[in-house]
Write a protein that binds this ligand. Sequence first.
Ligand code: PLP
Length: 388
Amino acid sequence: MPKPLSTKITSLAGSATVQVMNKARTLKQQGIDIMDLGGGDPDFDTPQNIQQAAIESMKSGFTHYVASTGIPQLRKAIAKKLAADNGVEVDPDKGIIVTPGGKMALYATIITLLNEGDEVILPEPAWVSYRPIIQLAGGVTVPVNLTPENGFSITAEMLQEKITPKTKLIIINSPSNPTGKVLTRSELETIAAAARDNDLYVLSDEIYEKIIFDGREHISIASFPGMAERTLVLNGHSKPYAMTGWRLGYIAGPASIIKEVGKIQEQAVTCAPSFVQVGGVEALEGPQDAVAMMSAEYERRRNFFIDMLNDIPHVSCFKPEGAFYAYPKFDLGLDSIKLADMLLEKARVAGTPGSAFGAIGNGHIRFSFATAPDVLETAARRIKEMLS
Ligand SMILES: Cc1ncc(COP(=O)(O)O)c(C=O)c1O
């Protein structure tokens, strides 16, 4: 009998989002017409100019290994973007690593920051990948429970009561997947003060920064006094440029930390794909109208979809301020997994169980509105019919 596999891995949960997508796919293959609102993938194509730049680069023979931290043109473009959009000054040579997807940036950074038993404060509901990656790194997730009744806001007291001598890191994600909450300047100042007072790192996941509604402003916590030296900014091309399949992300922060993160990149993947990075340069330096167009369209969908959800008996939904997810609560006394199964079987609508984003999300379902408007309308109508 071969020896058992790593318990670190066998004890790890699979991705709830992937499980929902699999279930929906199986039903679709059986010929059942499912309204699939489960994933987090923009329904737009990558803008033509970005595709063209990558194709030309590939044709010209730019198909080999490149610098492990990313091609210099892309690191320069990212540094320029961070300064212009976010007021964050980062050294393009020593403070940035371009990774194959933001997920890899997250993984490499968390593994670099944590020792066994280190505590990580995570405001929940939070994206499904933070907890498993913290667990893989030997860390302990300490949730701060946010609720729609309070607009998913965070206060100094909520943070303070979770900070212990073992706390090392706070993870924030604004605009948030799954709630759509955008952290206000005053909330960010509260988080920054807690980090400075307790000597903590902050990982700020800003991947949805360009998908923001009602004229709100995205603010990076790294731009606050005393924060650049302790903040790692995670971002990537997947969501703003509809480039999920390209796998392009990055982490930016203090050179002393980035140097260590770079070792994982070197040993695990060498580099992000060469010609993909050329597409990434065009994305950042070329025209930005496609980004504005997509964000405006998500906002338009949010407007009618949230109204339709709030019109359904037993359903209440926070109006997302950014990102492209609705996170309604179903007041039916059912747990999220049963609820998601019922929606799939009876209403033929696929959504992700809210509890996948933290126990506080039980009773919620996450729906993506990076989905065609007629699919959103049909889904909301079917749920209403089921619950009426
Ligand atoms: C909050 C958040 N951060 C990071 C990512 C990583 O995206 P990618 O690996 O495609 O760059 C995602 C993807 O769904 C996300 O929702």
